[in-house]
Design a protein around this ligand. Sequence first.
Ligand SMILES: NC(=O)c1ccc[n+]([C@@H]2O[C@H](COP(=O)([O-])OP(=O)(O)OC[C@H]3O[C@@H](n4cnc5c(N)ncnc54)[C@H](OP(=O)(O)O)[C@@H]3O)[C@@H](O)[C@H]2O)c1
Length: 223
Amino acid sequence: MKKIALITGAGKGIGFALAQKLLQEGFFVIGTCRSGQISGFAHPDFVVLPLDLGERESILQAHKAIREQFGALDILINNAGIGPDLDTYQPDETTFAQTFDVNVKGTVFFTEPLIGQIRDGGMILNISSKMGSLELCALTDSIAYRMSKSALNMYTKILTNRLKGRVKVAAVHPGWVITTLTKGNVHARLTPAESTNRIYAFLKSDFASGVFWDAETQRALPW
Ligand SMILES: NC(=O)c1ccc[n+]([C@@H]2O[C@H](COP(=O)([O-])OP(=O)(O)OC[C@H]3O[C@@H](n4cnc5c(N)ncnc54)[C@H](OP(=O)(O)O)[C@@H]3O)[C@@H](O)[C@H]2O)c1
């Protein structure tokens, strides 16, 4: 039987490349995107569900579909994320709320009811960012984005403690990847496919649960 991976934000960028990689590697993939449709790509082992992490009703509908259409899950990859305040220096209430709604609140409340559906020996990967590291922070930009990824890292630690011995959990920095996340991503050097090859190498490795992993350098990061 094929292992089942659920990837949020699978319609473009890193999430789309992750879906393609896992399909190549023989997984059945449930991908989500807001529209529920990914044009120009189809695969017999790929199902797309609509999910807007900023909308409670959308999260509930996605849970219902996942519960009714699929049994146990093997891997949950919380990839969907936004950064509307990336490269800005003053917090703005609208983008701050949007960022926390999607990257933190939506991700937590999407994940919680699914935990019981993840098979023993399964895993949860939270696609975080080096920008959420408290120890590495030496700049002053992107307040909401950085804080949201620090919060996601804390959720990663909490899940690690809660699921010890049953499900492995990690926060993953995908590297600086050329995507539509922000126009000013001057650091971006990896293609989504290069990033996801590295994330896949990590996923297949015998990693210790609770790590914050830099997929680009293949090294652990400080929290
Ligand atoms: N690119 C980088 O250099 C980099 C570095 C560090 C971390 N990351 C992280 O990597 C992850 C993927 O980002 P990316 O670079 O691939 O950016 P991207 O191409 O902009 O993709 C973002 C994904 O998030 C989804 N999304 C946006 N708003 C959503 C919402 N309200 N509800 C559900 N899904 C939503 C999008 O889905 P739709 O198709 O519905 O728009 C899209 O699939 C993010 O968590 C990001 O923070 C990226």
